[in-house]
Design a protein around this ligand. Structure first.
Ligand code: ZN
Length: 137
């Protein structure tokens, strides 16, 4: 399928000319893309629009998790972590740790995790990061 009037204009996804526009017509809110005449979405009421916006926020939470990106915060607040983060930031201390599949609180990986207690609460990593920051000013 080609655009009837835009056959000479090549679509450039990096061109930045795919801006969404919204307007009101016949008591509905329309959403469209100025680069694609075939894409148009309309909302009959606030509930429909809210559902659409909620969906956007849901995707946004996936893309940008509402967690601190600060490593120090993460290390301090971590309840469980993966083996890799545990050995990087902590010292393995006990032999009776219970591993389970879960999310690493430090690197977000979905893998085998244990409580940070098993790695001395990542205190060596926390001290190291604190020291590095202090010397960096
Ligand atoms: Zn990890």
């Amino acid at each position: 399928m080609t655009h009837p009037q835009a056959s000479s204009k090549k679509h450039d996804p990096k061109g930045g000319n795919c801006t969404h526009t919204a307007w009101v017509k016949n008591g509905r809110v329309f959403l469209s893309n100025d680069d694609d005449g075939y894409y148009q979405q309309d909302f009959k009421n606030r509930e429909e629009l809210q559902a659409f916006v909620d969906h956007l926020w849901q995707i946004a939470d996936e893309a940008w998790p509402k967690q601190s990106d600060d490593l120090l915060e993460r290390l301090r607040n971590a309840y469980q972590c993966c083996k890799s983060c545990g050995t990087t930031y902590g010292v393995y201390s006990v032999g009776c740790s219970s591993s389970r599949i879960g999310k690493c609180d430090v690197c977000d990986a979905q893998t085998w995790v244990t409580e940070t207690r098993d790695y001395a609460y990542l205190i060596t990593g926390i001290r190291r990061v604190e020291t590095a920051r202090k010397s960096a000013g």
